[in-house]
Design a binder for this molecule. Structure first.
Ligand code: SF4
Ligand code: SF4
Ligand code: FES
Length: 313
């Protein structure tokens, strides 16, 4: 959608060779300040504001996560995650981050359809995320973690990424930035920071469907081999532990025997007999039951018989 919008505007390319993000899209919204209501509260927002600006200006009934929204600079809106859905009187359920604020619009954050859409989309994001928060350098300062806590997610309805065969190796090749794609939520912020703000043209989204990942415009395989100049802007805007500054990647890790942030997706975890605990409460309970069942069947063996049914020496 964004490339189509570029074709239809006079926005010049940043350089001949860099693929931009959506930050160079033309402004959306009204040319004038708009006055609208959010959960019954009247608010006036500036020209080109979106609904998220109005939502952030008032006390809302529900929290609205907005995971791919980044308002500290001219990045986006991206409309990637759809965790920011709200209901409007005129247009139904819309993404607040990119929907223009217009005069007279009535916005409801707690409307059933909008709340369900936010919940489902947040669970979808969680379902494709490595939730090993205790060994993550962003533990305690992660926007996805905050959103899950604020929205009282106890068990994501689509599970979590716990198929270790699907894990991608961490890219630890750069001296400055560590990439853990298993924690990437494909919000696109880093791509825009790199291309549209720093104008370095290093990062891009590549692949399709569940194979979509952040990669390099230069076709490099690793960060070290890419054209990255280590400015760190992508790390600053990343909402999760997918991009972390080297040297502080373990800063908020909770020490666990045998676990480090680096091996939390690697062999040490997989080989441990004690660490096959899944992340969701349901799976944890199932695993505990299995464990108890196996303990019970072991305790029922005949005296002198070992786990394999043989005899102790
Ligand atoms: S650190 Fe490298 S990849 Fe990140 S924004 Fe800067 S140039 Fe781009
Ligand atoms: S690496 Fe971070 S900023 Fe980039 S797309 Fe993934 S989650 Fe978003
Ligand atoms: S914050 Fe609106 S779609 Fe992600």
């Amino acid at each position: 959608m964004s490339s189509q919008r570029h074709e239809n505007t006079d926005v010049p390319p940043l350089t001949e060779s860099i693929a931009p993000g959506t930050a160079t899209d033309p402004p959306i919204g009204s040319d004038e300040p708009s006055t609208l209501t959010v959960d019954g509260t009247t608010v006036t927002v500036s020209a080109s504001a979106t609904l998220i600006d109005a939502i952030e200006a008032v006390e809302t009934e529900d929290t609205v996560p907005a995971l791919c929204h980044y308002d500290r600079q001219d990045i986006g809106p991206r409309s990637e995650c759809r965790t920011c859905m709200v209901e409007t009187d005129e247009h139904g359920v819309v993404p607040a981050c990119s929907f223009p604020a217009t005069d007279g619009l009535e916005v409801e954050t707690a409307a059933d359809d909008a709340a369900l859409a936010r919940d489902v989309n947040l669970d979808l994001v969680l379902s494709d995320h490595n939730l090993r928060c205790t060994t993550c350098g962003k533990n305690g300062r992660c926007e996805l973690q905050d959103a899950a806590i604020e929205n009282e997610v106890e068990e994501p309805r689509y599970g979590v990424l716990d198929d270790r065969d699907a894990y991608e190796p961490m890219d630890d090749s750069s001296s400055f930035i560590q990439i853990d794609r298993n924690k990437c939520i494909l919000c696109n912020r880093c791509v825009e920071a790199c291309n549209d703000v720093q104008v370095e043209g290093v990062l891009r989204m590549e692949g399709q469907g569940q194979d979509t990942r952040i990669g390099f415009q230069s076709e490099a395989e690793t960060m070290a081999d890419s054209t990255c100049v280590s400015c760190g802007h992508c790390v600053t805007v990343c909402p999760t532990g997918a991009l972390v500054e080297k040297g502080i990647e373990d800063a908020t890790t909770i020490p666990l025997p045998g676990f480090t942030q680096k091996n939390s997706i690697g062999e040490a975890y997989e080989q441990s007999e004690q660490t096959d605990g899944p992340m969701t409460p349901k799976k944890r309970a199932e695993a505990t039951n299995e464990h108890n069942d196996s303990e019970r069947s072991s305790s029922h063996r005949t005296d002198g018989e070992n786990d394999d049914g043989g005899s102790w020496p």
